[in-house]
Design a protein around this ligand. Structure first.
Ligand SMILES: Cc1ncc(COP(=O)(O)O)c(C=O)c1O
Length: 411
């Protein structure tokens, strides 16, 4: 196990040690790197603030984590914090997503959008290079409730996109829709498929049954690669449902997105992309010749502070602390659902999720606005969601439920 709980002083010492291994622009003669510390005329570098603040210190020292550090060489200037990024990747791949040691690669992406596009980019290139496929023969298959990063990916990468309808009541993939969309895709000349499986969708927190895709594609003997979009669910679902199967122990899953800047409360810019070994080379840009180790990521330069932030968060809690955190959110979500049941309000909730999505007819617009509920679409909402985050305590839910009760009881 890579993931262990650490005391605050250990976390501090660990990060400061890593920073010491990075280039020191003041003490060393480093003339060729287009980088330095943050501008001290603008950003305070007061020792009294920074000496107890490993994350802020990393921000100030501004290490560049360009590239992927689980393969080949990396820039030597930032080797201390690169090592911590590798540890984050190991915790997520091995301890959370059940990968074997040394069986994966990964990096901290800017967010879920980038990590999803990175996956689809890799698989598109895999088909182009290994199967001599043409762009117009490759297609993404995902549910209609998938995040819009799939639409971005299809557009950017110039490949097809087919969306599977989901059941209105339980949000499950509709098997006949998979068949229909595959028929359409084959008719349009698609031969190679990139399947996106959701581990907690943006709006509903629903989780796709990957077997529905596997059965349909294998029955027709169609080649496919499977990516899990766990941007929302990656730091939640594996802890709320110990039986979950969307991980690297599952032979069908080749890559996973998980975002630390959602449920893990890390700063924005902390997406995580993980893939089985042997895949990152399909997105290597050989022309990145000035970067040591070249670049297999979509983003280019990125802040090392994001890797430090998620490492600090995970180390502070440890695996048991994380389990307890999710347990509390689960209990609060259970409580919310019980209250909605007593009010006879219709909603969807996956029993392992902290997203409760209420049918819009039960929620007057003023209430949605007052309590910051998020609609599925702003023009003509069908649903409003509540996400039981750390700050969404029962004290915060009670006033909402009280007003909802008044509305439901109004003649
Ligand atoms: C399931 C899912 N995938 C991808 C994303 C995109 O993440 P980001 O906004 O970090 O790019 C989101 C964002 O809400 C999401 O919920």
């Amino acid at each position: 196990m890579t993931w262990v709980k650490k005391e605050q002083f250990e976390i501090k010492e660990y990060v400061f040690n890593a920073l010491q291994k990075n280039t020191n622009y003041i003490k060393e003669d480093v003339l060729g790197v287009p980088a330095s510390y943050l501008d001290s005329r603008v950003f305070s570098q007061d020792d009294r603030i920074l000496e107890d603040a490993p994350f802020l210190s990393t921000l100030v020292q501004n290490p560049n984590h360009i590239g992927c550090h689980t393969i080949g060489n990396s820039e030597s200037f930032f080797k201390g914090t690169h090592e911590i990024e590798r540890e984050v990747i190991a915790i997520c791949a091995e301890d959370i997503l059940q990968a074997e040691v040394n069986s994966y690669d990964g990096y901290i992406a800017s967010g879920g959008t980038e990590a999803n596009i990175q996956a689809i980019w890799i698989y598109r290139n895999f088909y182009l290079q290994e199967k001599d496929a043409k762009h117009h023969e490759i297609a993404i298959i995902c549910s209609e409730d998938s995040h819009y990063s799939m639409d971005k990916a299809a557009n950017l990468l110039n490949i097809g996109l087919y969306k599977i309808k989901t059941d209105n009541a339980n949000l499950a993939l509709l098997e006949n829709s998979v068949e229909n969309e595959l028929d359409k895709a084959l008719l349009a000349g698609k031969k190679y498929f990139i399947v996106i499986v959701n581990m907690m969708t943006t709006m509903f927190g629903s989780v796709d049954d990957y077997k529905v895709y596997v059965t349909a594609l294998e029955k027709r003997d169609l080649p496919f690669k499977m990516h899990v979009d766990a941007a929302f669910g990656g730091f939640y679902y594996p802890f709320s449902n110990r039986e979950y199967q969307l991980n690297f122990a599952n032979k069908y899953i080749s890559s996973v997105t998980l975002d630390a800047h959602k449920m893990a409360q890390a700063p924005y810019g902390t997406g995580i992309f993980l893939a089985r070994k042997g895949l990152m080379n399909y997105s290597t840009t050989k022309e990145a010749s000035y970067v040591a180790g070249e670049d297999s990521t979509l983003i280019g330069s990125r802040s090392g502070a994001n890797a430090i932030s998620i490492w600090m968060i995970l180390s502070k809690y440890g695996p048991n602390g994380w389990m307890e955190k999710i347990f509390i959110l689960q209990k609060r979500t259970d409580w919310l659902c019980q209250q909605l049941d007593t009010l006879n309000v219709d909603y969807f909730r996956n029993s392992h999720s902290n997203i409760v999505t209420i049918k819009s007819r039960f929620i007057p617009e003023v209430l949605a606005e007052k309590f910051g509920l998020v609609p599925d679409n702003h023009q003509n909402p069908n649903w409003y969601k509540i996400v039981v985050m750390d700050h969404v305590e029962i004290e915060k839910l009670e006033p909402f439920l009280k007003e909802l009760k008044m509305f439901t009881e109004a003649p």
